[in-house]
Write a protein that binds this ligand. Structure first.
Ligand code: HEM
Ligand SMILES: [Cu+2]
Length: 535
């Protein structure tokens, strides 16, 4: 049992089975991944700021160096920052509190999950010390990943560890939500965040095994002499792309859904409003996304080759995803509508996310259209599209969420003034960096190139975007420093500073002690976490 004793004890943290501490361990690990991956992103941008080799050294080996940065940046941002940040940190810390549970169903397995995640982080960081650094981007496509002298096995084992950790987390949280809700907490009284997390874990459970199989086949092809992906020996190189995206398209919803869930909690609380169209949002929006998520992966193969009839089918299903995504978005706007919105750092992040979501979501539509995407595929337009949705929208949702629950986790307010400065510097920085990429993408700038001698006209835009990347770095540093400083010496906050109706605010102290709730939680049938309008 972990005692939330006063004073710091490393042993207690290592042996902890308390879901809140496990959540914090996920937060620290994912933020470490974010920081290192962020530095890699900065190196990528600096390299592109001028034609020819800028910092990669010479033109012959420069590409290899650049691919290592791309590998670490992409793989760590998605697999070690966004997914564990949302389904590791937020789910662990807040989901049991929101449903009135004392812990998760299997606390020791939960501890095992977080340590698997940490081992994966260490393995990923070893990239920088081994001589044959992995250089397979986050996708690991053969034949390159099989032919390269880089260490593809490191990539494979990192994916295995993170996948195993996520599967254990999925089983744990699904059982927790099904069996450990406090008396009176019915399905239609769950927080939207809880629903989105459940949906994300269902997706993880279904699709991770496919990714694990794909990368294992890669391992066998490279090191054991099999030929799954080798056309010369009867294999199929496109099989890998299909298996990879069969997981990795749904994976974007593993990020998108909980990020939306965080926003719903911030918006409803700060606007003191019920969630608009709750049932349409949950059963149509969230579960609609889960239902369609497994039918659209081939849109990542539009230019890799497929029969024409399949191309049309994939266009239709991809566009169809806009319906459940739209239902969730309408609910979010409807929750703001006629609400009495308190403007603070958390709600500012949430409002900014609505803008970032619109840009990211709407630019997905031309990419879904087969006739348009042949021109945009593999250009900086795709790069800008998914950065708006993942790097900007999802990351801002995570930061906004940490600000929102900061008083719950620390018993203190985060400094609002520094918070606002950090927000504006990052917000200007992200748009500064990524907006111009739409423009040069449409004009034909290929993505993933370390050099672009054939497109000297794009140099000025790349320089401009690189300045923005530094702004993002400064903005993120301000955010991080603000959190650390406020956690130590911020102004003391009451138990429920935002006057929320949700159980994590109304029924437990800040921070919650072992067992979470001083008294067992029981709610009556007309309680909901959003019953603001019933007073
Ligand atoms: C209405 C919503 C969306 C549509 C219609 C859409 C459509 C697409 C399409 C067709 C591509 C492939 C483009 C190409 O390679 O030519 C793509 C790429 C991508 N999208 Fe989206 N998307 C949507 C939302 C999202 C969301 C919510 C996320 C993440 C949370 C996301 C993340 C990505 C990523 C990571 C890639 C690029 C992956 C890579 O090649 O490395 N998208 N999107
Ligand atoms: Cu996709």
């Amino acid at each position: 049992m972990s005692a939330q004793a006063s004073g710091f004890s490393l042993k207690e943290w290592i042996l902890t089975t308390d879901h809140k501490r496990i959540g914090i361990l996920y937060l620290i690990g994912s933020m470490a991944a974010f920081a290192v991956a962020g530095i890699m992103g900065l190196l990528i941008r600096i390299e592109q700021s001028s034609l020819g080799p800028t910092i990669v050294g010479d033109a012959v080996t420069g590409g290899e160096q650049y691919n290592v940065w791309l590998y670490f940046h992409g793989a760590a941002m998605i697999l070690a920052f966004l997914i564990p940040g949302l389904t590791g940190f937020f789910a662990n810390y807040f989901l049991p509190l929101m449903i009135g549970a004392k812990d998760v169903a299997f606390p020791r397995i939960n501890a095992f999950s977080v340590w698997l995640f940490w081992i994966a982080i260490v393995l990923a960081l070893l990239t920088f010390v081994i001589p044959d650094k992995p250089d397979v981007l986050w996708t690991g496509y053969p034949p390159y990943s099989i032919m390269t002298s880089g260490n593809t096995a490191f990539y494979v084992f990192t994916v295995h560890l993170l996948g195993f950790s996520s599967i254990l987390g999925a089983v744990n949280f699904l059982v927790t939500v099904i069996y450990m809700r406090a008396p009176g907490v019915g399905w239609n009284q769950l927080n939207i965040f809880t629903w989105t997390t459940v949906a994300a874990f269902v997706i993880q459970l279904i699709f991770i095994p496919v990714l694990a199989a794909a990368v294992t086949m890669l391992l066998f092809d490279k090191y054991l002499g099999t030929h799954f992906f080798d056309p010369a020996a009867g294999g199929d190189v496109l099989l890998y792309q299909n298996l990879f995206w069969f997981y990795s398209h749904p994976a974007v919803y593993v990020i998108f859904l909980p990020a939306m869930g965080v926003l719903f909690e911030i918006v409803s609380t700060m606007a003191k409003n019920r969630v608009f169209n709750y049932k349409a949002c949950v059963y149509g929006g969230i579960w609609g996304i889960v239902l369609i998520s497994g039918e659209v992966w081939v849109h990542h193969l539009y230019v890799s080759g497929m029969p024409d009839w399949l191309r049309i089918g994939q266009m239709v299903t991809t566009l169809l995803i806009s319906v459940p995504v739209g239902l969730m978005t309408i609910s979010l706007f409807g929750t703001l509508y006629k609400g009495a919105l308190t403007i603070n750092v958390a709600s500012t992040y949430a409002i900014a996310c609505l803008f970032l979501l619109l840009v990211g979501g709407l630019t997905g539509i031309p990419l879904a259209m087969t006739s348009v995407t042949v021109h945009l595929s593999e250009t900086a337009f795709v790069h800008a599209h998914f950065h708006y949705i993942m790097a900007l929208f999802a990351t801002f949702a995570i930061i906004g969420g940490v600000y929102f629950w900061f008083p719950k986790m620390t018993g203190r307010y985060a400094n609002e003034k520094v918070g606002k400065i950090g927000f504006w510097v990052s917000f200007i920085g992200v748009n500064w960096t990524f907006w111009p990429l739409f423009k040069i993408g449409i004009a034909g700038m290929p993505r993933r190139y370390w050099d672009y001698q054939m497109f000297p006209e794009f140099e000025a835009t790349h320089k401009f975007a690189t300045i923005g990347a530094f702004l993002i770095g400064v903005g993120m540093a301000i955010v991080l420093i603000n959190w650390i400083k406020s956690a130590i010496s911020g102004e003391k906050a009451p138990e429920n500073p935002w006057k929320s109706k949700s159980l994590e605010w109304t029924h437990c102290p800040s921070p919650p002690g072992p067992g979470n709730f001083p008294k067992d939680v029981v709610v009556d049938s007309n309680w909901t976490p959003y019953s603001y309008n019933k007073e």
